[in-house]
Structures are given as C-alpha cells and as structure tokens.
Ligand binder design. Structure first.
Ligand code: GLC
Length: 599
C-alpha cells in the first residue's frame, strides 16, 4: 500500500493534512532511530513466527494472576512449565480510578498502572519472558480513552490543538441522527451512545461506558498520536498488539458505525507503519462480529491488516455442540470458506474475559430445522443453568427483560459442569465435567490457528461469586469468570488424583504434542468431515491427521468406511495416548467425551 496516498485520501489534500503527514513521518523516523538493537535484530527475521505450531497463548490480568509485575516474575516458570509461548496481559496501562471496565478506560498510554508496577518493571518482565521463549501481547485500547485522559485534560485547559480529539457536539441534533442507526453495546449498564456534560456544555460520543470517550479518527492528529504511543510501546519490547474493539473506530452518521470501509483503511495504514518501523511486531484484532466481517480484518494479500483474529464463531459453536450434543451446526459452519488470505491466522479459544454472545449462522440453524430465536433462548438458559438437565452454572450478561435477550458469563469449568458436580459432591459428574474441559481444550489446541488459554482454566477454576461484593464489579457479571489465580489449588497440579492434576497434566501433554508435530502449524488447514454421527465432530488436516471428538456423555460409534479415503480402516495411532486405533466390525468406538488425534 502507498501510505502517503491513503493518508491524503482519508484526510483530504490541504495544509493541515500536509502538516500532520510530516509530523507522522517524523514520529516514524524517531521510532526507527530509537528502536533498541536487540529488537532490530529480531525485526530482521520478520514476523512469520506467529504461524509456528509452537505458539500457545495465555491471557491473564496481572493483579488477578500475581498481584503485580514484581510477583509476576516468580510465576514465569509456571507458564513455561505449562508450555505457554505468549502471554496476553489484559489492560495494564494506566486507567482511571474507580470503575474502568477492567482497564479498558486508559488515562495514560505511556504509563503502567501503579497497581501493577512501572513501565521499567514491564520492560524487565518482557525481557525475562523472552529468555524463556515467551512473547508479550498487550491490550491496546484505541477506540476510546478514559474521560480523564491527558488529551481530555488538554482540551479542558483550552489547548486548541486538542479540540477535535473526541466527538463533541453543542446540541443533540447530530447525536440524535447518529442514534437512529446505532445499537447499544452495554444496554443495561450504559444505555445510549452519547453523554451530556454540563461543565463543558457538550454532548460527547460514549459508545461503551460513559467514562469511555470515543476517539475521533477523522482528525489526523488522533491517528498520529495513537501511532506514536503504539511505536513507543513496540520499542519497549511488545510483540503483539491486541487492537481492542476495532470495528468501532470509524464513525459515520446514517450507518451502524461498525466495520466501515475506513476502519479497514486505518488498520491497514497502522500495519504498514509497523512493517516499516518494527516488522517483527504483529496485530491481533478484536472484532466480535459476523464471521464474514471478521475475516475482512485480515486484509488481503496486497493490503494486510491484522495477522491474527479471534475465532469467536468456533468458540460459540463449541459451547453449542456441548449443550446440544449435536455437532452439525459446528461442522457446517466451519465448512464455509471465507477466503482467509495466506498468513491470516485464528486465535482459537474456549473462554476469554468477555461474555459469550450467541452469534450463529441463522441460515444453517434453519436448515437444521431450528428456530434461531428459540435456539438462542435455549443456549442462554442452558448456560445460565436454568434449562432442565443443564450441567452449566453461569449468569446472564446484559439481560433485557423485555426481549429476554442476553449473553452469558461463567468460567470454563463452571460452564462445563464442575461447579454443579462439586456442589452435589457427585463424583461421576466431576469426572464428566473434567472430560468436557479437556475435550474443549483438545479442540482449540488441535484446530488450525493459535490456542489461547484463559488463566485458571488449566486447573479448572470455578466461578468467583464474590465479585458481587466489590462495588465497581457488582453490576458487570463478566467478573464472575475473571477469577484470581488459586495458587494453592495449582500446587496440586502434579497429583493426578486431583481435578487440578487431571486437567493440568493433560493440557500440558497436548501442548507438548502440538509443539512437536508440524501438523499443527498454520500450513495444515483443518477441514470438517461429516461422520454420519451427529454427536461426533471430525476434521482432517490435509489428509494427514484426523481428529475425532465425541460431544456427548454416551459412547458413540462411527462407521470407519467414512474414512476410506483417509486410509482407515487401517491402523492409526492416537497422538495423545499412543494407542493403536483399529476399527471393530467396521466401526470406531469413542467413549464419553473422548477425543482422538489420529495419524
Ligand atoms: C472489548 C473488550 C471488552 C471491553 C470493550 C471496551 O470488547 O474485550 O472487555 O469492555 O472492548 O473497551
């Protein structure tokens, strides 16, 4: 791409743009000049590292994982023991006091929040991690800042250079125009998309919480400032920027203000800039939207945008399969070819810090004879634990009493049945819950892309109901699953008679296997296969590896003739157990929630 022409196309050919363009060039020059030599050395290798089968991520909140960055250092060995090769630090830049949406309301991009430590400590941690072969990902919140951000302060002080950093309006005429096409992101806790501030007599665009002011990328200064902080952080040693909430960064009256063409232009420009200045760094985009919109954020062969994107559909489909014991929706949805460009890679995950929203391909639901609305209600109730027979215990998120719409919260273990089983002291149910936890991990570790674990899931941590007693968390049920790491429980990870030991050791083993076989690299695409059994999910990798997974608590059989083309019924080996798998009377048997990685 030609950065200069894109910049002028976006911002118009005029004196101001010319001035900002030169400013941008000097920001880039300065960053290039000051980039430490060790990082420059890494830059010479490029950024292909993220496509390796060795990539395994873990996301964590520093305070919940280790109190602060100093204590974090002592926990690096634990991450290495599990086999982690990249850590995603949830927001750790300075954020506003009080409610800050888990750090997603940044008040200073160049400082680490004092509750975690200092920028120097972060730099030290990143170096220590690197020594252990672990890369660093940080959350980069670029759609909005806290209303206390220094750019807001400058505006309040009357510095005209900061006049148009945010969307501010004298009266509500334009906000009303916008509102006609906008949905609400947090309808319950933060309804509406604008907030009136008496002190400045302005309506400000606040799409998320009231304290998160949307940045105005129509002003080239916003773009320059964001690039400047990004490059500064890259020069401190960040490998991966998680670009938060990207679909929202460009706004246009009369539209939904999501996924607009100029969003793609902005991301492509940023990507081009990091390629110029720090080419070993990559972008992870967060766009929890329809799959055909998500894949656009990979860009195309000529104009790249993000290297990796969250595979939100896979996550939702895994839960759907577990609840329904029917994998057809998953199998058919994952068979759709969205034309991902070479190099575009998924982050596969089962749980993250956010809620689970039930975005399915309605067309396929209908083909399966399901009513999309009723099916969504089923999932909402199942995951809350309200549906008869459900094994999950979770909570609703952003529940709308009028429409009954909601999303769901809960830890992986509690949603898999461990909390219910423990409450009932029901050992057989505990066994099943552990099997479900492992099954889901086996899927995201085997599927093409980068597996991302959520801290605490590797030892089966259950919901944290205490969040209700913390004032700033109480109205946001996502804190139910943002648990503090239970280091005492983690002590049992070597003891196979404990739940922690059973989960940790098996996940650790799967990670080891993944790292030592090239079938798990980005070159081996996963292609779903219809096994003829609705409860058994199957995918193959370039005819070389076959993954089979039973999504029910009942024994299942699959006709081995289904795999004639693959060499079955011959003898295959399960990579996980080393067991020889043969077909019996032309059938392959799978125990409750059993999964096989066959080669
Ligand atoms: C992203 C984050 C979410 C946050 C929102 C606003 O979606 O994942 O936790 O609330 O952005 O920054």
């Amino acid at each position: 791409m030609d950065l200069k022409s894109s910049y002028f196309e976006l911002y118009g050919t005029n004196e101001i743009t010319q001035y900002r363009w030169e400013q941008l060039l000097s920001i880039m020059e300065q960053a290039k000049k000051t980039r430490p030599s060790a990082l420059k050395k890494a830059d010479r290798e490029g950024n292909a590292w993220y496509q390796s089968e060795k990539m395994i991520g873990m996301m964590l909140y520093v305070d919940k994982f280790s109190n602060n960055l100093t204590e974090f250092e002592k926990r690096i060995d634990y991450l290495a023991e599990l086999g982690i090769t990249y850590v995603h630090f949830m927001p750790l830049l300075k954020s506003r006091d009080g409610n800050n949406d888990g750090g997603y309301a940044v008040s200073d991009y160049l400082m680490v929040d004092d509750k975690f430590g200092t920028m120097e400590q972060l730099e030290r941690v990143m170096k220590l991690l690197k020594k252990k072969g672990i890369r660093t990902c940080i959350d980069f919140v670029l759609n909005h800042t806290a209303k206390e951000h220094i750019w807001v302060q400058k505006y309040r002080e009357g510095d005209h250079d900061y006049d148009d950093m945010y969307f501010m309006f004298e009266d509500d005429a334009i906000p009303k125009e916008y509102e006609k096409n906008l949905t609400e992101i947090f309808p319950e806790v933060a309804p509406g998309n604008f907030t009136y501030y008496e002190d400045i007599k302005k309506y400000v665009m606040t799409r998320f919480y009231e304290f998160q002011w949307d940045l105005n990328y129509r002003n080239p200064q916003v773009f320059n400032k964001i690039v400047e902080v990004m490059l500064t952080l890259a020069n401190k040693g960040v490998d991966i920027f998680r670009l938060d909430a990207i679909p929202y960064i460009w706004k246009q009256v009369g539209t939904s203000c999501m996924n607009l063409p100029n969003v793609h232009k902005l991301i492509a420009m940023m990507y081009h800039i990091i390629q110029q200045v720090c080419p070993s760094v990559i972008f992870l985009g967060e766009a929890i939207v329809e799959p055909f919109e998500i894949v656009k954020y990979f860009g195309d062969q000529k104009t790249r945008e993000c290297n990796v994107m969250y595979n939100a559909s896979f996550m939702v489909l895994l839960w759907n399969s577990l609840a329904t014991r029917d994998v057809r929706l998953m199998e058919r949805s994952l068979s759709i070819d969205y034309g991902i460009p070479k190099g575009g890679t998924w982050i596969n995950y089962v749980r993250c810090h956010d809620d689970i929203g039930w975005g399915f391909e309605n067309r396929i639901l209908k083909e399966l004879g399901l009513d999309p609305e009723r099916h969504k209600q089923y999932m909402i109730q199942f995951m809350e634990g309200r549906y008869p027979g459900s094994f999950a215990i979770g909570e609703l998120y952003e529940y709308n009493p009028t429409t009954q719409d909601a999303r769901n919260s809960g830890t992986l273990a509690s949603l898999c049945g461990l909390e219910q089983a423990m409450n009932e002291k029901h050992m057989y149910k505990v066994e099943l819950a552990v099997k479900r936890i492992l099954l889901l991990h086996a899927m995201v570790i085997a599927y093409t892309g980068i597996p991302l674990l959520y801290s605490g899931d590797e030892i089966g941590q259950r919901n944290d109901w205490d969040y209700k007693n913390v004032q700033e968390y109480a109205t946001d049920s996502r804190w139910l699953h943002r648990v503090s790491m239970d280091w005492e429980a983690a002590e049992h990870r070597g003891d196979l008679s404990t739940v922690q030991g059973q989960i940790f050791s098996k996940i650790q083993a799967m990670i080891q296997i993944r790292k030592s076989s090239h079938y798990f690299s980005a070159d081996y695409r996963s292609v779903p296969v219809d096994t003829g059994n609705n409860t058994v999910f199957c995918f193959h990798k370039e005819d070389k590896m076959l993954v089979l997974a039973n999504f029910s608590e009942r024994e299942q059989w699959v006709d081995s003739k289904t795999f004639d083309w693959f060499g079955l019924p011959g003898e295959m080996e399960d990579l996980i157990t080393g067991r020889r798998v043969r077909s019996y009377h032309n059938h392959i048997q799978l125990g409750p929630y059993e999964y096989l990685w066959l080669v």
